[in-house]
Ligand binder design. Structure first.
Ligand SMILES: Nc1nc2c(ncn2[C@@H]2O[C@H](COP(=O)(O)OP(=O)(O)OP(=O)(O)O)[C@@H](O)[C@H]2O)c(=O)[nH]1
Ligand SMILES: [Mg+2]
Length: 656
């Protein structure tokens, strides 16, 4: 059925993820079976599985007040309820950013509301997520649509406060409505943020939807612009077709959305909603379509966005058509075109991100193991060859072979010992790397900046203090990148040394993404810097707003650095793993052979039995290698929907 575009795509995506997870789990068992298990390697594979498991796909809706963002969400995702679930009727303004998802930890349905007064603290929303006690929680009954819709009305709640209090909370006075009943007071949103969890099939499969209010919410919640929007896989900017791009649309676009255009792994789309207001009984459809393409062209020019990324739709008629199962109206609403564009984009980008963060590394791991098996195979064949040359009950020759195996065994032991100081060197290097961005260094920097912010007397001074913070953090990451480069070269030379001196197979070490660290930070600094500039222009840079902006920025950077530290730690632990694994594997094969030869010496058995056993071993090994090759192929095969996806060329992931 056409109305199932999203569900179908999400389902295919989930199946693909399940398949990848299954392969990784099978590979973990395979490693144990083939004596290639190491605790660090296994831990890493477990972490990659967790990354897959905790994967969310996010679509965010942004735009000016009353353009139909919420109606669009109702139409695309929740028409199955047969009624509006989120409040999008006339006069029902979404008052706070709302995230809809399924809470997989608690597996419960709820609406959680964060009181607006929490803006007076310095705590960013991200930290409040971990403090359920700070939210007002209302249970949801997912099987009762009208009850759900009633509870969701809380998203539109406002409260009346004195102007001074509203300003303290970060609102701009000129944008607030005066209270009808209490002159001198103004109306502000009651809530700062909302989290909605319920077991809708799409949400259960990891979809997360972010609805944002128009009305200057983006301006007063820096976290939205700095973190929530950039983390989405698709951002939909909603405007009204009958108005085109208005000045206030343009302001929101420039300040909060346009910078997302160049983000890797994020699709940015514009929607011209309410096309039904242009439907006119007297005008022919052709004429209306023509008028629409003119609006699309003009929008494309103004937003500097491709025409194919701009979709005219009617959310209202789309919802109606789905609820009434009216196919003609559904087509006319163009809602399915938007659904197709969005589902292709989000899933394509998300897959690519998973490819980079999980699959590439896993595949490299499997390839390494295959090489190890190959070496093992050669060892077994050479053992067999030696035995075949052994004359019947030739005691002397057997003694010679035992001695050879013993020597080889000693040699591997020595090589393994030689790895210990090298591991120490890598540990030291990993500590140096982690030290560059240690908690201590960063806390001191934050404290220094806080002092500068306190002492700044003017807006310009405040912005300068923020800039200095960015410069210093950039210098720190610059040093980190430099050291990461050195570490990579060190790892490479260790690998070449072992390859040359110990005759190990050529393996490429896992390298640190030295330049990637800097790129990720630059993206963030660019957004934050741009935002601070715009805040300055908007003269909204009062000290509280600056403090909140700063704490959000700090929270983001801290989170980024924590992730980098984890990456560095894992690198330090795993950098030499392929080498030690190769030595351990070869040593084990020699050890087993030695035991068998000594057995033969003791029992006077002929070589024939051992040759037969070796043949079986080689055959088993070939079977195991075939399995690993199959895993590799499954891991790397593109998901089924990919062929018709016009958004992301999967092969691009290879070029990074
Ligand atoms: N004619 C028409 N009206 C629409 C359409 N989509 C939404 N509306 C109306 O526009 C108004 C605003 O819709 P919402 O979905 O609440 O808009 P929003 O962008 O979420 O607005 P805020 O939450 O205030 O930022 C409501 O009265 C809707 O009924 C549409 O496709 N056609
Ligand atoms: Mg809304």
């Amino acid at each position: 059925m056409t109305a199932q575009v999203f569900s179908r795509h999400i389902e295919t995506y989930s199946l693909w993820k399940a398949q990848v997870a299954k392969e990784i789990r099978a590979y973990r068992l395979w490693l144990r079976r083939n004596n290639l298990f190491t605790p660090e390697g296994d831990m890493r594979l477990y972490q990659l599985l967790e990354t897959l498991r905790s994967d969310y796909v996010t679509i965010a809706f942004a735009g000016e007040f009353s353009r139909g963002k919420t109606e669009l969400i109702n139409a695309i995702f929740f028409s199955g309820f047969g009624q509006r679930i989120l409040p999008s009727q006339a006069g029902r303004t979404t008052m706070c950013p709302t995230e809809l998802f399924y809470d997989r930890e608690t597996r419960t349905s709820y609406l959680r509301l964060l009181p607006i007064e929490t803006r007076l603290t310095d705590i960013p929303i991200a930290d409040y997520r971990g403090m359920p006690g700070q939210w007002v929680e209302i249970p949801l009954m997912a099987d009762n649509p009208s009850e759900m819709a009633r509870v969701m009305m809380s998203l539109t709640e406002t409260k009346v406060v004195p102007v001074a209090d509203a300003v303290k909370l970060g609102f701009k006075e000129e944008l607030l409505d005066e209270s009808e009943n209490e002159p001198g007071k103004v109306e502000i949103p009651a809530w700062r943020h909302a989290l909605v969890s319920f077991p809708h099939p799409l949400l259960q499969q990891g979809l997360c939807i972010l609805d944002t209010p128009g009305l200057n919410a983006l301006g007063s919640e820096p976290e939205l612009t700095l973190s929530l929007l950039p983390q989405a896989q698709a951002v939909v900017f909603v405007m009204a077709a009958d108005q085109g791009v208005t000045a206030s649309d343009m302001a929101i676009w420039n300040e909060h959305v346009a910078s997302l255009k160049d983000r890797p792994n994020l699709g940015l789309y514009a929607v011209l909603n309410k096309v039904d207001t242009l439907w006119d009984e007297l005008d022919s459809r052709k004429k209306i379509e023509k008028a629409l393409s003119r609006v699309v062209r003009a929008t494309s020019r103004q937003l500097e966005l491709k025409e194919s990324d701009i979709v005219p739709v009617s959310a209202k008629q789309g919802l109606l058509a789905k609820v009434r199962d009216d196919q003609a109206l559904l087509l006319r609403s163009h809602i399915l075109e938007l659904e197709k564009l969005l589902s292709d984009a989000v899933l394509g980008y998300r897959r690519q991100a998973l490819w980079e963060s999980v699959i590439e590394e896993c595949a490299a791991h499997v390839e390494n193991s295959l090489q190890l098996l190959n070496t093992r195979r050669e060892q077994l064949l050479s053992q067999k060859h030696d035995l075949e040359n052994l004359q019947e009950s030739n005691v002397e020759a057997l003694t010679g072979m035992v001695q050879k195996a013993q020597k080889l065994h000693e040699e591997f032991k020595r090589k393994q010992t030689a790895l210990t100081p090298t591991q120490r060197l890598m540990d030291r290097q990993s500590n140096i790397l982690q030290g560059i961005i240690s908690n201590e260094v960063i806390s001191q920097l934050i404290e220094r900046t806080q002092g500068r912010l306190m002492n700044a007397r003017t807006t310009v001074g405040l912005v300068r203090a923020m800039r200095e913070f960015f410069t210093e953090i950039d210098a720190i990451i610059g040093e980190l990148s430099h050291q990461a480069d050195l570490s990579n070269r060190m790892a490479e030379s260790v690998y070449r040394k072992f390859e040359n001196e110990f005759g190990l197979q050529r393996i490429e070490p896992r390298l640190l993404p030295a330049r990637g660290f800097r790129r990720r930070l630059h993206e963030f600094i660019h957004d934050a810097d741009e935002l601070s500039r715009l805040m300055q222009i908007a003269l909204n840079f009062e000290s509280l707003a600056v403090r909140r902006f700063f704490t959000t920025t700090v929270a983001q950077i801290t989170e980024f650095l924590q992730a980098v530290r984890r990456e560095l730690h894992s690198w330090g632990q795993n950098a030499l793993a392929p080498l030690s694994q190769q030595l351990a594997s070869q040593k084990l094969t020699v050890e087993q052979h030695l035991q068998q030869l000594q057995n033969m010496q003791r029992t006077g058995a002929t070589a024939a039995g051992r040759i037969k056993a070796l043949n079986t071993l080689v055959m088993d090994l070939d079977g195991e290698a075939a399995q690993a090759a199959q895993m590799l192929e499954t891991l790397r095969s593109p998901p089924p929907e990919d062929e018709d996806s016009n958004v992301v060329a999967f092969s691009r992931a290879w070029q990074r």
